[in-house]
Design a binder for this molecule. Structure first.
Ligand code: FAD
Length: 390
């Protein structure tokens, strides 16, 4: 009887256990990535940005708002959405961010908190990639503590007037619509802001060393006048933005499995072909130890993501469980990227290989959507019942 062999590229059989829909999504995104994304990603990264035209291809694939129902969205499972994020981030975290911000932040906010008019006006065009959205929560002096935001919205007659600055906003200069969170007399409220409204400007953040294949911007709101109907009607306080972040974090905890897998596969491939001291790097015990550690991290983080998908699809996922996934999986991916980098030696620092690009990107992923420390505090609060944020 032959002994069963584990597949080095799906060691725990996680993909072998996917259903038809999820496998179709995986194959479609992989094929699109191979033809349209991977050949260009090093240039996009080096030149700093992503082409606007990408939106229509990603829209045709059904990736924008793919886990939302109706309004032209695909309405697929959380698992299918996670798999798509994994395949995109296996190319680059900037690509997954492009899709996460559109679908999980801007579209989710409009879908969940908007009026029927907001939904019909924006969601079908956003799902198709004809309109792009961004999500403005962070400010120059308000990051981990969004409750300290200074952007205000005050009523003037039947209008709202917004003033303030948002910072680090992904897709800010590309967006047709911005979901902006601002302080009002009734607490924090969300607003749907067409970016051609007078008083709205977006300025690109330059000189980034991480997430270079992504546009990041400052949004300046100077007496931006909006009708009463621009506000999300039923949500007050940080519950609004935090509900959206929870969606996007789910995409991240799957996405980084892809970044880690790409680094592991790159190191494995390189170790089998590069020779030193008369034999392949893969034949040295120290290299095998590194590959074994990477293999464990990649598969363990995929198992975490798989289990959290099961909970999410059952409507049973707690925000602290999402924190667990983001905290654990980003950390794993960074360890894998750093170790893979060493296997590639000098070649590891170039854009010829994806590893250092992933490693640099993961520094952003560690920080945005709740820093590692913030998620540690969420986990601490979940298990002790004691809040240690302030
Ligand atoms: P700070 O909050 O100033 O934190 C600095 C350090 O202090 C961190 O290590 C943090 O963990 C630590 N710290 C803070 N509070 C505590 C505490 N209580 N206990 C212990 N340690 C603490 N924001 C958006 O709104 N929309 C976007 O589209 C968006 N895209 C982004 C894209 C990029 C490339 C980047 C880099 C950021 C993006 N962000 C976006 C902003 C991101 O969410 C913030 O950077 C993040 O929330 C952290 O805020 P901060 O950078 O101000 O750091």
């Amino acid at each position: 009887m032959s002994v069963k062999q584990a597949d080095p590229h799906d060691f725990l059989g996680i993909d072998a256990g996917l259903g038809d829909t999820e496998r179709d999504v995986r194959d479609a995104v992989r094929a699109y990535a191979r033809e349209e994304l991977t050949p260009h990603i090093a240039d996009w990264y080096e030149n700093g940005g992503l082409p606007r035209e990408l939106a229509s291809g990603l829209g045709k694939l059904g990736l924008f708002g793919m886990h939302l129902e109706g309004y032209g969205c695909a309405g697929l499972s959380a698992l299918a959405y996670g798999i798509a994020c994994r395949e995109l981030e296996a190319v680059d975290s900037g690509l997954r961010s492009y899709v996460s911000v559109q679908g999980s932040l801007a579209m989710f906010a409009i879908h969940h908190w908007g009026t029927e008019e907001h939904r019909t006006e924006w969601l079908p065009r956003m799902a198709a990639g004809e309109a792009l959205g961004c999500f403005g929560l962070t400010e120059p002096d308000s990051g981990s503590d969004p409750g300290s935001m200074r952007t205000t919205a005050r009523r003037e007659g039947s209008d709202w007037v917004l003033n303030g600055t948002k910072m680090w906003i992904t897709n800010g200069t590309l967006a047709d619509v911005a979901v902006v969170w601002a302080n009002t007399e009734e607490g924090v409220r969300g607003f749907v802001v067409p970016t051609d409204t007078p008083g709205f400007t977006a300025n690109e953040v330059r000189h980034k060393l991480s997430l270079r294949a992504s546009i990041t911007a400052e949004l300046v709101l100077e007496n931006v006048r909006l009708p009463e109907s621009a506000a999300f009607p039923d949500v007050r306080g940080l519950k609004g933005p935090l509900s959206c972040l929870n969606e996007a974090r789910f995409g991240i905890l799957w996405g980084v499995v892809g970044a880690a897998r790409s680094c592991y596969e790159s190191a494995l491939d390189y170790a089998k072909t590069r020779e030193q001291f008369g034999k392949p790097l893969a034949a040295f015990q120290l290299t095998q130890r590194k590959l074994a550690d990477m293999l464990v991290e990649v598969n363990r983080s995929a198992l975490v993501a798989r289990q959290l998908s099961t909970l999410k699809d059952a409507g049973d996922l707690a925000p602290s469980q999402v924190s667990f996934g983001k905290f654990a999986n980003v950390r794993s991916a960074i360890e894998v990227a750093r170790s893979a980098r060493t296997v590639l030696g000098a070649n590891g620092i170039t854009l010829e290989y994806p590893v250092m690009r992933h490693m640099n990107n993961l520094e952003t992923v560690l920080t945005y959507e709740g820093t590692e420390e913030v998620h540690a505090l969420s986990l601490g609060a979940a298990v002790t019942g004691v809040q240690a944020f302030r």
